[in-house]
Structure formats: structure tokens, C-alpha cells
Design a protein around this ligand. Structure first.
Ligand SMILES: Nc1ncnc2c1ncn2[C@@H]1O[C@H](COP(=O)(O)OP(=O)(O)OP(=O)(O)O)[C@@H](O)[C@H]1O
Length: 234
């Protein structure tokens, strides 16, 4: 069996709000296999985004173990974390986060240029184009975000997130700004691309119908992560 892309053990996150100590994540222990899609559901403020931030090296766990793509990220400094993110992570946001003055192709290519992949300009453009073709936007390469629908913008976001073939894709409410059908299409595409590339997916969603499409659903409650026992389809 191949080793997990994500593995955490006895991981806690403590933050402070003014003088008040907050125990945000409590004894988190879970893993995600290559190509596996894990959805996380749970009430607002329960800690879902905080866990995503820890997995992305954007927030440091207070203690415990966090390994992503074979790297123990708890001991890395900021520079090492930046390299880790560029090499292994794709991130899909709720608000798309595309650069308005750039075309779809330029937005996707930028992620490879920033990633310092060592590829030539021609190779970068070719990979960016292939990623946009894969999300069905081969005929929208030169469109700016303002000339694209919400669903199309999120597909550009998806192309940008997967163009470097990440080991782990983090997605925080990626369909929150899309209608249900469009959201479902983006999610299906995301899952198919992840499975084809062996990319593990950590998906936060409030939508039970989307969660149901994942391989596994976990529930976050007051900072504790547990397998979902109730029927999310109900
Ligand atoms: N930088 C911070 N400093 C202090 N408290 C924080 C910080 N970031 C998050 N929190 C608190 O941690 C808790 C968990 O927040 P988090 O954003 O992880 O929840 P969530 O489950 O993703 O919520 P939502 O579904 O509303 O996005 C909240 O009580 C929040 O106020």
C-alpha cells in the first residue's frame, strides 16, 4: 500500500484572542491516501479552515505531528514552507482569487512561473493550456476573469491549482459562490482530475450533496475531527 499523502497524529492548535487562550484543534489524527477525496463538514467556527491552514503550512500546529507528501512540516521554517507549498500543494478558494488584468492562460501560467519549476516559457504555456483544456476551457484561454461566468472562473482556479500536479489539493468551500448544478460540475471535474493524477483532496464544504461525492466524510465539532456517523444524504 502506498504511504498516505497526509498523516497527522496528536496534533493540537492553540491560538490566543487577546488574553484568552483558545484550543482550536484538538488531538487531530487522520490520514488521506493518494487519489483519495476527503470531505470535511461541521458547524461554522468548528475549526475546518484552521485544519486546512495547518495542512497547507499556513498555520503552525502547537504540537503533535503533521506530515504532508512525506515531509514532516511541523519543523520547517518559513522559507522551507514556501518551497513545500510550491512543490506539493494546490489550493482552491471560494472567491476564485484570479488576477483581473490577466487572461485565463496567464493566470494559470503564473502559478508555474512563481513555482520556479525550471520549465521554459514554451513549456509553461503548453502546460497551462493543457490544464485549461482539461477543465473544458480550451476555447477561453484569452478571456479575462470579468468575461467568464462564475463556474468558468472557478474552473480556471481549478486549472491553476492542478497545473503543477500537486500531491495535495486543499479546497475551502470552492463552490460557495456557485449555483448548485455549476458547483456539482466543478466538483466532479475536481475529483476526476485528482483521481487521474493521484492527488489527495481535502475539501471543506457545507453542502451535504457535495460531501456525499467524496470517498470519505469527516466531521469537525469544537475542534475535534471524527468520521461522520449520521447520514449526510438525509
Ligand atoms: N488567527 C486567529 N486568532 C484567534 N482565533 C482564531 C484565529 N483564526 C481562527 N480563529 C478561531 O478559531 C475557530 C475556528 O475557526 P475556523 O475558521 O477554523 O472555523 P470553520 O469551521 O472553518 O468556520 P466556517 O465554516 O465559518 O468557515 C473560530 O472560533 C475562530 O474564531
Amino acid at each position: 500500500m502506498s504511504s498516505p499523502v497526509v498523516a497527522t497524529a496528536a496534533m493540537n492548535l492553540h491560538l490566543r484572542s487577546g488574553k484568552t487562550p483558545l484550543h482550536i484543534l484538538k488531538d487531530i489524527e487522520f490520514s488521506i491516501a493518494p487519489g483519495e477525496v476527503v470531505a470535511v463538514v461541521g458547524p461554522s467556527g468548528s475549526g475546518k479552515t484552521s485544519l486546512l491552514m495547518v495542512l497547507g503550512g499556513l498555520e503552525q500546529a502547537t504540537n503533535g505531528h503533521v506530515s504532508v507528501a512525506g515531509t514532516s512540516i511541523t519543523g520547517l521554517d518559513e522559507d522551507q514552507l514556501a518551497i513545500f507549498r510550491r512543490q506539493h500543494l494546490g489550493i482552491l478558494f471560494q472567491n476564485f482569487h484570479l488576477i483581473p488584468s490577466m487572461t485565463a492562460l496567464e493566470n494559470v501560467a503564473l502559478s508555474l512561473e512563481i513555482g520556479e519549476t525550471g520549465q521554459s516559457y514554451a513549456e509553461i504555456m503548453s502546460a497551462a493550456k493543457a490544464a485549461l483544456v482539461a477543465v473544458g476551457l480550451g476555447d477561453r484561454l484569452d478571456h479575462r476573469p470579468s468575461a467568464l461566468s462564475g463556474g468558468e472562473q472557478q474552473r480556471v482556479g481549478l486549472a491553476r491549482a492542478i497545473v503543477n500536479k500537486p500531491k495535495l489539493l486543499l479546497a475551502d468551500e470552492p463552490t460557495g459562490n456557485l449555483d448548485q448544478d455549476t458547483g456539482a460540475r466543478v466538483i466532479d471535474m475536481m475529483f476526476a482530475l485528482a483521481r487521474d493524477n493521484g492527488t489527495a483532496v481535502f475539501l471543506i464544504t457545507h453542502d451535504p450533496a457535495l460531501a456525499r461525492r467524496a470517498d470519505r466524510v469527516l466531521s469537525m465539532n469544537h475542534g475535534r475531527l471524527t468520521p461522520l456517523t449520521e447520514d449526510v444524504t438525509a
